[in-house]
Design a protein around this ligand. Structure first.
Ligand SMILES: [Fe+2]
Length: 185
């Protein structure tokens, strides 16, 4: 079975050996290579949510469950991240700031992530995420910093204008996803 304590110490050791996401990505890739084992330890996803698995000033590990067909608006993290999918799928669109765009962004790429994929994101990446399937998607997210304390941006979905990331608004999106799951039952 996936050993969470062992995974956390692997990530800590990886970070100590290399401050980039390189070795952490390898640890996440090893973990999601056995998705059934993660499901046994963390449980089958029950609802859209963010579970904190580990939190320190230089490293944050989350269990992120995306609701069916849920989308989150473009945002940055201002620290590197590794996303490892252990059930379901996730589509990422990558964005860049427009020169002289007053903070507006344009799409520059996309990446589909499937169960077993471990994707590194550099500290300047701006991405939006969609779960394109009609069931919950589960992913381990590792961040090279304090995910909850960092100041960062998000871009509104209609006009792609930069604003301050609002954690409460993000939590409301998870609640809305759960409300629509309940409505469909
Ligand atoms: Fe993100």
């Amino acid at each position: 079975m996936f050993d969470l304590e062992h995974f956390i110490s692997e990530c800590r050791a990886a970070l100590a050996a290399d401050p980039s996401h390189k070795l952490v990505r390898q640890a996440v890739a090893r973990a999601v290579a056995e998705p059934a084992s993660i499901l046994k330890r963390l449980g089958e996803p029950q609802q859209a949510e963010i579970q904190k698995l580990y939190h320190a000033s230089d490293l944050t590990i989350l269990n992120v469950i995306w609701g069916p067909m849920m989308t989150v608006v473009p945002h940055d993290h201002r620290m590197w991240a590794v996303i490892g999918i252990y059930t379901g799928r996730e589509d990422n669109i990558f964005w860049r700031r427009l020169p002289d765009g007053n903070g507006r962004v344009e799409a520059v790429g996309a990446k589909t992530l499937c169960t077993g994929d471990a994707e590194p994101l550099g500290p300047h990446v701006i991405h939006s995420v969609t779960n394109p399937i009609p069931r919950l998607t589960g992913a381990i997210h590792v961040y090279g910093g304090d995910f909850f304390a960092a100041e960062r941006s998000e871009w509104d979905s209609e006009n792609l204008i930069e604003g301050r990331y609002d954690a409460e608004r993000m939590m409301r999106r998870f609640e809305e996803a759960n409300a629509s799951i309940r409505g469909n039952r």
